[in-house]
Unconditional design. Sequence first.
Length: 382
Amino acid sequence: MSDFIFRISPNVVLGSYTLSRLGQQVKEWGTRFMLIIDPVLNEMKIQENVVQSLNDRKIDIFIFNEITEGANTKTIQRALSLAKEGHVHGIIAVGGTKALNVGRLVAAFYNEIHDFYTFVDGAFPTTAPIPCICVPTTYKMPYIFTNEVPVTDSRFKQLKIMKVQHNLCKLALIDPNLTLSLTENQKSSLAIDLMNEGVEAYLSQKANFFSDMFVEKGLELLAYALDGSPTLEITTPEEVLLSQAGTMISLASASSSLGLSSMLSMTINSRYNLNKALISSIIFPYAVEDALTFKSARLEKLAHIMRIVPEDVKGQDASKALVDNIRQRIAKANLPARLKDVKLTIEQLSLAVDDVSQNDIVNKLPRSMSTDDIFDFIKQAY
């Protein structure tokens, strides 16, 4: 195996009602912040609660919520320009993946003098970032523990994975109560996508003892949240279990790697603005099926950890039961089962495959795959 190097950033605060202490937490890094927040949170009173927590601690903020088009380079350039004009001490990003990615990139390139697209095209930042505080409102946050940020290049509608400084994010404040605003459909697709990320990290060529530990515990907690506990010993609320599972699986993904389902769903999202979690949930069972012949023992172990099969069911039977369970969850949630169900054409998918093949994640997949192999795979999910 490759050398294991452990570096964790940011600090993690996880617990119910931790949002009320946001103002106290951020005082360590300054008194003037740009608040980057998903605009939908204003309707749910979450923005009001965030602002109240900061005002109570005399934290000066100005709000940026112009992220309706997602985490694309055009939006990031606009936010970066406003942050510099505001002479802020740091960035507070609140919301789903889009808001967190925009916030992290603004913090990363705040002190740079070169054109932003220099870095979009591959240059690494040479200056120190300003502090970034991430407050996720879903239980998925795969990139906040890494020095990578996925972004849509507005010029070409292509996914880019930008490199940022290791010490960029200072704090991840995870309040399970923020996930209570999710709809049942959102919760279902996010849960399946989270399961996908855990399985990807477990099957990746970069998997190690550390990532395995977090995947196994994360998927165990996820199963408790989705299916309940077989005993009365687990009384933790569902939203807390989901947030704990999301944190653990995100740590695992950072130590190992995401896989083909995640990358294809991100490239499709960048090109065609389709929901990433929804696309990932469609592709996920096909990716597990593809791994049956060469990662069966690992899939068998996950089937037992998630209590999908009894202990006496072994081998391929257990692994196949995991695939069946995923498909049952998709059907129960009334989510689409094939990519053609979301109006994608095979020609559109071929462009997404080209985007994936240009990313170094191809070298971390469970098996070696050429562009033709990836295209053959995506046809099965079509």
